[in-house]
Structure formats: structure tokens, C-alpha cells
Design a protein around this ligand. Sequence first.
Ligand code: G3D
Ligand code: MG
Length: 185
Amino acid sequence: MGKIIEKSIRSFIYKVVVVGDGGVGKTSMVLRYCEDTFKENYIMTIGSNFSTKQVELEEYPNYLVKLQIWDLAGQKHFSFVRPPFYRGATAIVFVFDLSRRSSFQNILAWKSEVEKVIGDGKPSMLVGNKIDLIDRREVGEKEGEALKDEINALAYFETSAKEDVDVSPVFKEITLAILKGTQKI
Ligand code: G3D
Ligand code: MG
């Protein structure tokens, strides 16, 4: 007679906010990670949207972890709508465009806007997107690493939502950091 082995699955859901200037590729990153697609001429994000994605974690076979990923409009004229969307976030992904220096310089302002609502000390990642536009690079890898240290982010990634470079590791690493910080294992 077969024995029924009961494996208890533990479920978690975490809210992650993706922030950075308009046009850096936030919506494209979320689409790439959640749906594995890239859409040219995607409509500008109005307000916000979120997608839910189950994270595959070999490290935690009996965990069912879902991320609710909020992609906020980066345009300055929508700033009044943003604070409520940060509420309840467990982690933050800061995104800039490697081919647009101003978006890199604005990361500190994004950090302070988010932390005004959720406080500091939440796990975060720094992402330089559009690595496929390497010929038009305006921010060096060392500068990215230095900013990561300055803002206390856990890691710095250079990604391409367009060519699917290193997008899922961003979300996987942040999930592992959340679990390490919140669970006693
Ligand atoms: P946002 O959500 O941060 O505002 P979007 O940014 O995801 O809407 O992307 C803004 C523009 O950058 C889009 O181009 C999109 O196709 C492009 N983009 C996003 N990620 C990448 C990337 O990794 N590489 C390159 N080369 N382009 C990217 P359009 O032309 O639609 O404005
Ligand atoms: Mg967008």
C-alpha cells in the first residue's frame, strides 16, 4: 500500500514596486518577466498597473511565492498619484536607462520619494536597463556599482528587457532577499 506523503506548501505574496524615470523600460521589464514578451511602441503607462508572477525557487521547493509587481508611471506630472501605490511594498526595484544619464541621476530622488511612504531598510535592487544599446551607453558599470552602494541596494544588474538579458535574476534575487529577511528557516 502506498503511503500518502503530505508535503506542506507555504504560500507567500509580496508587493514589489518598480520605479524610475519615464521611458527607462519599467513596463517592458515587467512584461518581459511576467509574460516573456517585448512590445515596441507600448502605450505610456497611465497611473499604474500590476502583474502577478509566481517565482520559481529551487532553493525553497515547498514555497509558493508570488510577486505582485507594480509598475508606476514615471512621468513627473503624475507624481501626485504615486504615494498610495508605494504603500505595502516589501521591496523596490530602481530602474534607470544606461543610455540616458539624467535617469541615473534621478535615482536618489526616486529613493527618497518611495522611502517617504514605506520607510527605509526595505530590500532593493538597482537596474541599468537597455544594455543592448551599448554604443549609446552614458553610465559606466562602475558608476552603477557605486550608486548601488550609496543607496544600499542589494545588487546592481545591467539588463535588456528587449533582448531578455538578466531580467528574471533581478526578481529572483529580490525574492530571495525578502525571504531571508522575513522567514526564520
Ligand atoms: P517605462 O515603463 O519605464 O516608461 P517602457 O518604459 O517600458 O514604456 O519603455 C520605454 C521605451 O524604451 C519603449 O520604446 C521601449 O520599447 C524601450 N525599451 C524598454 N526596454 C528596452 C531595452 O531593454 N532596450 C531597448 N533598446 N529599448 C527598450 P518606445 O519606442 O515604445 O518608446
Ligand atoms: Mg511604463
